[in-house]
Design a protein around this ligand. Structure first.
Ligand code: HEC
Length: 122
């Protein structure tokens, strides 16, 4: 009888621990609101240059060159930044985790905003 009580006590304590461990923590998805004008020269080009030029460096098979001095012309020539941003080749690649792990949510939101503003060379 004592043994059964002991096991019951252990079971109750175990259930208490498990229910605490399984506490549901809701993580709000982070959305970024971009305010003000987004500039290609300061908000987009440096990010592409930082994240993408190990491959897109002028010798790449896709023909897309994302080095700072070449990225604007190359993105346009390859039709990568045509609005709406959500279906643009650039954002579709980035959102599909195409070697884009280092791009932050805020940087992504700025690129989207820039493309939806007709991708000016600003
Ligand atoms: C490890 C090499 C590598 C890296 C790093 C890389 N890419 Fe690519 N990328 C490729 C390859 C290979 C292709 C061609 C196949 C394809 O479309 O996925 C490509 C194609 C693309 C295309 C389509 C080009 C077109 O004309 O259709 C886009 C857009 C693109 N990459 C964007 C990026 C961006 C933005 C980054 C940086 C965040 C990046 N890539 C980093 C290898 C890479």
């Amino acid at each position: 009888m004592k043994l059964i009580r002991f096991f019951l006590a252990v079971a109750v304590i175990a259930v208490m621990f498990i229910s605490v461990a399984c506490e549901y923590v809701f993580i709000e998805p982070v959305t970024y609101t971009v305010s003000g004008e987004v500039k290609f020269s300061t908000d987009v080009a440096p990010v592409l240059n930082r994240e993408c030029i190990t491959c897109h460096n002028g010798n790449h098979s896709s023909g897309l060159d994302l080095r700072t001095d070449y990225s604007y012309a190359s993105l346009q020539a390859n039709n990568c930044v045509t609005a709406p941003a959500a279906t643009s080749i650039l954002i579709v690649h980035i959102n599909a985790d195409h070697h884009s792990d280092g791009i932050t949510g805020e940087e992504n939101a700025k690129m989207v905003s820039w493309i939806d503003a007709a991708a000016p060379n600003n």
